[in-house]
Design a protein around this ligand. Structure first.
Ligand SMILES: Cc1cc2nc3c(=O)[nH]c(=O)nc-3n(C[C@H](O)[C@H](O)[C@H](O)COP(=O)(O)OP(=O)(O)OC[C@H]3O[C@@H](n4cnc5c(N)ncnc54)[C@H](O)[C@@H]3O)c2cc1C
Length: 468
């Protein structure tokens, strides 16, 4: 006899576990199937959390070596213990994934450890990690199976010489030369980690700019600052082959628009050219669930697929592949299934690159506003003129606020600078509440803080900045 639930969530990532918890809070009897053996999905196990652990540790290492002598702190013989750095990362991941297991117990959610596959539109079979299989039925199913890295055709990822982000989070030694393919946020974050730990890092990017999708002016400053730190860029180039030699690899690159090829010798190649929706082995054909031409599960705005009772959220459906987007969809989807009116405001989904300086953005870019023919005003403020950034010696970057020319409503906020990832929260709240730039400009901000740069940028929209 199949076990039955009100809701079975497939995948225990930020989409899946938040959906399970919210649905349980709303009184549903819930199970979550996860095959990894640990909850938290890509984000906790091989994504957001381990990468931020290494970014933070490597930033401290770099500061101790180069950054704080001018403040009168002399640290002699700074050494890297990579094994200990990796152990700290793993301990953090372990504690956080166990925390979700605790939350599942608290909310009486059954965790089923194994790989789920639909056998019909209301039935699942789970191949249990412990051996054997079990059948399940539910009134509703949520597909939250996430995404996986994309490779370059003909260049297999072995997680040793040619690595995905997963391998790049666990290298056993610091490569002499790391070649990063793709100048998106994952490549730049991991490239920054290994550069700080001592690697020469070359980033090859197909487009003629880094971080596609980010505000162009921010991206230009970002590229300049990263170059100053020692990252080398080969823009407008594509990888056409990777040949192993005894020591490492010979990577052939060619101009994307055609031209002469060149080869670069390196020890490790990181493939970070994007991710695709993951639905392998899920039996979606047996359930009749439709995919789009990019392999993503098609849903309506309520996360419902074409099959009644089956929903999809997170990386496996359209939209930015971000943990907090998955999390918001999870809550909205669970609320919809429980008969409430869940909703996500896709106009206010922040995105952050956790390099130094950080890059953070929410809302429309200038390029998007121009393309839409929207008349807008711009206010900008540099961190060189912010007192706190000055005393902290972290003056790279600026805040830019875009406001509607007629109504002054904030349409987008883009920052590059210290702690931008935390500061973007203020902009997101303001936009969620429909703030004007004047609302931000007239809100008292504590002094001396980095957030004053946001206020000054808002003042600059109407030309009354005080400090620059
Ligand atoms: C290196 C890296 C850094 C990142 N950093 C950030 C960041 O700083 N901020 C941010 O917002 N996002 C970041 N992301 C993206 C973020 O991790 C994803 O957007 C997020 O994890 C998506 O959540 P999800 O629940 O949709 O899917 P996932 O987290 O991918 O979870 C899906 C889960 O489903 C399981 N699964 C799949 N198929 C089955 C099946 N048939 N049966 C059972 N289980 C199954 C998988 O094992 C997986 O654990 C990063 C990603 C990477 C790779």
């Amino acid at each position: 006899m199949a076990k039955t639930y009100d809701l079975i969530v497939i995948g225990g990532g930020p989409g899946g576990y938040n959906c399970a918890i919210r649905a349980a809070q709303l009184g549903l009897r819930v199970a979550c199937v996860e095959k990894r053996g640990a909850l938290g999905g890509t984000c906790l196990n091989v994504g957001c959390i381990p990468s931020k652990a290494l970014l933070h540790s490597s930033e401290l290492y770099e500061e101790a070596r180069n950054g704080i002598a001018k403040m009168g702190i002399i640290v002699e013989s700074v050494k890297l213990d990579l094994k200990a750095m990796m152990a700290h990362k793993e301990e953090s991941v372990d504690a956080l994934t166990k925390g979700i297991r605790f939350l599942f117990k608290k909310h009486k959610i059954d965790e089923i450890i194994g790989a789920a596959a639909f056998t019909a539109k209301n039935k699942l079979t789970v191949k249990l990690n412990a051996g054997g299989a079990e059948e399940f039925e539910a009134k509703s199913f949520v597909i939250a199976t996430g995404s996986e890295p994309v490779g370059v055709p003909g260049v297999p990822i072995d997680e040793k010489l040619v690595v995905s982000s997963t391998g790049a989070l666990a290298l056993a030694k610091v490569p002499e030369h790391l070649l990063v393919v793709g100048a998106g946020y994952i490549g730049l974050e991991m490239g920054s980690v290994w550069r700080r730990l001592g690697s020469k890092v070359t980033v090859v990017e197909f487009l003629d700019r880094i971080t596609p999708g980010l505000d162009g002016e921010v991206a230009k400053t970002f590229e300049r600052v990263l170059k100053k730190q020692g990252l080398q860029f080969k823009l407008g180039m594509k990888v056409t082959g990777v040949k192993k030699n005894g020591k490492g690899a010979e990577v052939t690159i060619e101009p994307a628009k055609g031209g002469a090829a060149e080869t670069i010798a390196c020890d490790v190649v990181l493939m970070s050219i994007g991710r695709r929706a993951f639905t392998d082995g899920l039996g979606l054909d047996k359930a009749g669930v439709k995919l789009d031409n990019r392999g993503r599960v098609v849903t309506d705005e309520h996360y419902a697929t074409n099959i009644a009772g089956i929903y999809a959220i997170g990386d496996v459906r359209e939209g930015p592949m971000l943990a907090h987007k998955a999390e918001d969809e999870a809550v909205a989807c669970a609320e919809n299934i429980a008969g409430r009116a869940g909703h996500v405001n896709y106009g206010v989904i922040p995105a952050v690159v956790y390099t130094y300086p950080e890059v953070a953005t929410v809302g429309a870019t200038e390029e998007e506003l121009k393309a839409a023919g929207t008349a807008y005003k711009v206010g900008k403020f540099p961190f060189t003129a912010n007192a706190r950034a000055k005393v902290n010696a972290t003056t790279d970057g600026f805040v830019k606020i875009l406001a509607d020319a007629a109504t002054d409503r904030v349409l987008g906020v883009h920052m590059i600078g210290p702690d931008a990832g935390n500061m973007i929260g203020e902009a997101a709240i303001a936009m969620e509440f429909g703030a004007s730039s004047e609302d931000i400009a007239r809100t008292c901000h504590a002094h001396p803080t980095l957030t004053e740069a946001i206020r000054q940028a808002a003042m600059a929209v109407d030309g009354w900045t005080m400090q620059a």
